[in-house]
Design a protein around this ligand. Sequence first.
Ligand code: N01
Length: 501
Amino acid sequence: MAAVTGDPDPAEPPERHAHIIVIGGGLAGVAAAVRFRLKGWDDFLILERGDDVGGTWRDNTYPGAACDVPSHLYSYSFALNPDWTRSFSEQTEIQDYIRKVAHRYDIRRRHVFGCEVTDARWNDAAGRWELRTSKGRFTAAILVGAWGALCEPALPDIPGLDTFGGPIFHSARWSHEADLTGKKVAVIGTGASAVQIVPAIADQVAELRVYQRTAPWILPRLERRYTKAERLAFRRLPFYRRLVRSVLYWAHEAQVVGLARRPMLLKPVERLSRAKLRYEVRDPEVRRRLTPDYRLGCKRILLSNSYYPAFNREHVRLVTTRIDKVGVDAIATADGGLHDTDAIILATGFQVTDSPTYRKIFGRHGRSLCEVFDDVGRKCYKGTAVAGFPNLFILVGPNTGLGHNSMIFMIECQVNYLVDAVETMRRRRIRSVEVRADAQDRFSRTLQDKLSRSVWNTGRCSSWYMDKHGANTTMWPGFSYEFRQVTRTFDLDAYHTSHAE
Ligand code: N01
C-alpha cells in the first residue's frame, strides 16, 4: 500500500516516459506506430489493454465476421496486400494482415500489452500527460487517443437480463466455449453484426429467434473468392493492384452524393433493396416486418445474400414485439409471448458517442472529455483535437465516420495531421498546442450545417450516429478526399501554443 505521505510505493514499478504515448493498438494505433517508425522515431509507446494488435478485428470473432468494405480498399496505403483471397475479407484474414504489418515494421516491441489505462491527466505545470494504468504510471508529452469507436459493447437495458441462466454474451465478446449446437438461441439486434451471425449459426441451432427493433436496409453483397489468375495479377502487377484500389475508391466515393447531399438519389437503391426482399423471403407477413420504415442510408446500409433467406427456414423466427423481460430460461415479449431460450446473443452495438474512455481523459481544467462533451456536445476540431485538452490527438474521433468508404483512409489522414503537428512542434520548440475554442466552434458549425441535409439527419430513423444532444457527431459529411485536404498540413494558427523554456 502506498505511504500516506505521498512517498513512492516501493512495490510500484517506476514511471516510464515516452515522447508520444498512443492508447490502443488497433488499426489506428498500428498506422500511427508505423508512420513514427518510418520517420525514424523510436521514443513512443503503445498501451494496449489486449494481448495482441488488431483492436476491433481482434475482438470480433463471432461466426461470419467479415468486412463490408472491399479488401483491396480496406488496406493501408503503405501495405497494400496482394494476397487477399476474397473480394470482402473475413475477420481472420484481416487480423492476420494487421499482425503481419505490425511484424514487418517491427512495432510490437513498442507495445505494452495487457495495459489498461485507468486515467490520463494533463499536467499543465509540467506540460505533459500523466497516465495511470494496470501496468504502472506513464508520462508523455503527446497523447494519441487510438482507442477506437466500435470497441465498447453497448448492453441493452432489458429487465432480468442478469437473471438469465444460460450463456449470454455480446457479439464482440463471443463465447467460443458456449456450444450452440441443438440449442434454442436468441439474437437481440439486427445491425451489421447480427446479419452476419444469423445465417452463420442458423444450421447449427435447433431454434433461432431474431429480436428486431428496427428493420435494416440490405443490399446484395458482391462477394467472391479471387481466382488464381487474379491473385497472380495482384502479386505480379503492382499497377493492377493500385488500379483496382483506385476504381473501388472512386466507386465508393460517389455514394456520398446520395448519402450526404441528395438523399432523393437513393430512391432507386431502395427499390433494389425491396426487390431483393421480395425475391428472397417467401412469407409476405415476414417480408412486411422486414421492410424498413425510414430512408435508406439513415442507418448503416448492410450487405448480405444470406440474411433474408435464413427467414425461409422453419426454425428461424423474426420477433418484432418489444422484449418485456428476460427470465432464467425464457424471453417474455410485450404481447404476452414467452419464448424458451437456452442462449442469448446481444448483437446490440457499441457505446460510440458516449464511450466510457471519455471518463478517463482529463484536460487542462481537470474536467474529463465526458464532462466537456456532456456540456457543449461532442465538438472536436477535424475529428482530432478538443479545446481544453492540450497535446491530445484523437484518431477516429468525432465526425470521422464514413457510411461509404474505408475507415483506414480516414485514419491515415489523421495520422498525417498528427505527424505534421509533432514535427511542427519540434521545429518551433513548442511545448504544447491546444485548439482554439473559436476554431473548433466554426469547424463544428460548418459540419453540422452540411449534416443537416444528409440522410443520416433527415432519414427519419434513430441511430447511434446521434449524440445525446441530438447532433450527428459521428459521420463525416463529405467526400473522404475532402478530409484528406483538411488534414494535409497541421494548421498551427488554429491552436494556442506554449513554448519550451
Ligand atoms: O451494432 P448496431 P452492430 N433492444 O448498433 C439493436 C460496424 N460493423 O454491432 O436499430 C432491442 O449497428 C439495434 O436496434 P435499433 C459497422 O460500422 C461492421 O451490428 O437501434 N434491440 C440494432 O438493430 C456497424 O454499423 C461490420 O432499433 C436493441 C442492433 O441492436 C457497427 O459496427 C460488421 C437494443 C445494434 O446494431 C455496429 O454494428 C459488424 C435493445 N435494448 C459491425 N439496443 C462489417 O464490416 C440495441 N438494439 C460487415
